[in-house]
Design a protein around this ligand. Structure first.
Ligand code: ADP
Length: 637
């Protein structure tokens, strides 16, 4: 709301750079002279920090029941009649968040109005092969961790271990040792005491240290603040699936000269074995990520890194702020007690939140100037969803059924379609993103694979008129959608996370005063309606790994509808990820859950299927295989 207000009051220019300083903002607001100084906040009231912290204070007091006037009245009081219309917008945003219909990513919630004011979750930094460059990236990473963000780095440009260092006649320590430095920095720089930073470490398959990188994390206690992934390009895939010998050349990062030849099959075996043992490394398919990357032309380079959970591919120094719509809140109860999805409401909230995330780009305080520049050049936002599984439970549609996939496909298409449409509307009023003209957008290309790869008849929306609009007016955000893990957000909103099925429908929690069951709230309602809700049944479900499968007391329809991650076959997990990936601009944070007794061959088959489906990356988790997960499993999260 504040963002909207500032835009329309011309404090920001069209390209989104905050050119005028606080004094100009102050004099503009003074001119309004309709202010009622009932809230004296001193001389610096118009300082943007004060404005923000004022709102944060309002929320805190309102939560404690100590605020006697409505938020709208507060703003009207502050801003006077001329800004009344903005008060409506601010109230809208405010109720959207307190009603848990939409939440911005953790850093926005934790830092807005605070001293750091860093609002983005996702960052990518470069890592060039020189000591100064390495240390610059390390110091940038420290500042990002301090401000609450996660960082992805591709370490493939660093020369391999044992290679020469001309200036000292010494030998290089290799990328893995530099990852250890970043790991230690992460360890030491706590994020305002809230959570520790998170990393994505990437090495591409052609790097001479790739085997060491793959096996490095199978031991407990190594690179604990990292998720690691192997970056795959077309040439590797070609060697793997199209050649009989599978020969594949590893090259020096310094001069690209061949260092040694390996077998692509053996390398993928090694990756699969390691993932089978310890859930890492993941795979990132850079060929798929760049297939429809319309931004590559402007940057004169392909994308080569993702954020820690893989849902955001970014260029070095780019950042992205995310936000997620809680889909279960859009299931509306009908007169007969059944639920229907509110498509109209979905469109409205997509439009509103696209604006919200676009505003964040300008009120954001970036950790280093280079990040501010790169982020404002592309204006990337990551609008996503959470509560998908809960929505399906509520609509009584099995996640892994034809109907389930069709609904998820339409939800995904609608998200990107309406957010892109809104981004074009924003381009018309506020201007396109600064590098838009240099991308492939003006040629009528869009970064959405489903538009090209799914048959026209299966599209739910008319994409051609939208593409024409983009050609005419540009678009304000290079990409608008992503599906984040929503580790913290889904806990706050008490809904299933991202687009994942529930991990367990009931689980037992032991606390000092005894034990109790956490029950998925949609299941709880259904059990009550069926007259089945008792402590005994909850215990049975909890003892059945949180699943309803095979429990005699539970009717078949419930066993079919309330599926957990472990009930779903890994191939169906991949299908679901693919259904979302078709229409999402960036990528999907998803774990491909596998039972304990799958084989390494199964893991390999999953890789082949993932690539075939067109996924941008994949992570497997074999039940019981991992000692500790970086994200979401620790008390710090
Ligand atoms: P949240 O629910 O807290 O908003 P998500 O679980 O959706 O966040 O994660 C989104 C992104 O936020 C991740 O991909 C990563 O880039 C970043 N992130 C998540 N957890 C952390 C963490 N502990 N430290 C730093 N960044 C994190």
């Amino acid at each position: 709301g504040i963002g909207d207000m500032l835009y329309d009051s011309q404090i920001f220019d069209k390209s989104g750079n905050n050119k005028q300083d606080i004094d100009e903002a102050k004099s503009y607001l003074e001119k309004l002279d309709a202010f009622d100084y009932k809230f004296k906040v001193g001389d610096y009231f118009f300082n943007k920090w004060h404005f923000r912290s004022l709102i944060t204070h309002y929320v805190t007091l309102a939560n404690k029941g100590q605020m006697k006037i409505s938020f709208k009245d507060l703003l009207t009081l502050l801003a006077g009649k001329k800004l009344e219309s903005y008060a409506d917008k601010i109230t809208e945003y405010f109720t959207m968040m307190t009603g848990q219909d939409f939440l911005p990513n953790s850093p926005t919630m934790m830092n807005a109005g605070g001293r750091l004011g860093q609002l983005s979750a996702c960052f990518v930094l470069g890592m060039e092969d020189g000591m100064e460059e390495i240390m610059k990236s390390t110091s940038d990473a420290a500042l990002i961790f301090k401000s609450g963000g996660g960082v992805g780095i591709n370490y493939s440009n660093l020369r391999e271990e044992g290679d020469i260092v001309a200036s000292t006649s010494g030998v290089a320590s290799g990328p893995v040792s530099f990852m250890n430095i970043i790991n230690t920095v992460t360890e030491v720089v706590k994020q305002g005491g809230k959570r520790r930073g998170a990393n994505m470490g990437i090495i591409e398959a052609w790097h001479p240290d790739v085997e060491k990188f793959i096996t490095n994390k199978t031991e407990a206690g190594v690179l604990e603040n990292f998720n690691v992934s192997v970056g795959i390009w077309e040439d590797f895939w070609h060697a793997l699936v199209n050649t009989t010998d599978g020969n594949y050349v590893l090259r020096s990062p310094r001069d690209r000269k061949p260092v040694k030849e390996i077998n692509a099959h053996q390398l993928i075996d090694l990756i699969a074995l390691s993932a089978w043992k310890s859930a890492e490394p993941g795979l990132i398919f850079f060929d798929q990520i760049n297939k429809y990357n319309v931004f590559a032309k402007a940057r004169q380079a392909p994308l080569r890194a993702t954020n820690p959970c893989g849902e955001q591919s970014l260029y070095p120094y780019e950042s992205c702020n995310l936000g997620s719509i809680n889909l279960v809140n859009l299931a509306k109860r009908q007169a007969d007690g059944s639920y229907e999805f509110d498509w109209q409401g979905y469109e409205e909230i997509i439009r509103k939140t696209t604006r919200f995330l676009d505003n964040i780009i300008d009120v954001n305080n970036y950790p280093v100037p280079e990040i501010s520049t790169a982020s404002k050049e592309s204006r990337r936002i990551g609008l996503g969803v959470m509560g998908v599984a809960d929505l399906l439970y509520r609509l009584k549609i099995p996640y892994n059924s034809q109907e389930g996939y069709e609904l998820q496909s339409k939800l995904s298409e609608a998200l990107t379609y309406y957010s892109m449409e809104e981004s074009v509307a924003l381009a018309r009023s506020r201007g396109e993103f600064p590098l838009c003209a240099k991308t492939e957008y003006p040629e009528g290309k869009i970064p959405i694979s489903g538009y090209y790869e799914k048959s026209k008849e299966s599209h739910s929306y008319e994409w051609e008129p939208l593409i024409e609009e983009i050609k005419k007016h540009g678009i304000r955000n290079v990409l608008t959608t992503t599906v984040a893990p929503t580790g913290t957000l889904s806990m706050i909103a008490d809904c299933s996370n991202g687009m994942e099925p529930a991990f367990a429908l009931v689980f037992e929690k032991r606390v000092t005063v005894g034990r109790f069951f956490y029950t998925n709230k949609i299941l709880e309602e259904a059990l009550k309606e069926e007259g089945l809700y008792t402590d005994e049944i909850l215990e049975k479900i909890a003892d059945n790994y949180g699943s309803l499968k095979g429990l005699d007391e539970i009717p078949q329809w419930m066993q079919d509808v309330f599926v957990t991650a472990m009930d779903i076959h890994w191939a169906d997990h991949l299908m679901a990820q693919g259904v979302w990936q078709d229409w999402i601009g960036n990528a999907i944070a998803k774990t491909i859950n596998m039972p304990y007794d799958v084989t390494v061959e199964d893991v390999k088959s999953a890789y082949l299927l993932a690539h075939e489906i067109g996924l941008k990356g994949m992570t497997v988790y074999r039940d019981g295989s991992r000692h500790k997960q970086v994200l979401h499993m620790t008390s710090e999260n």
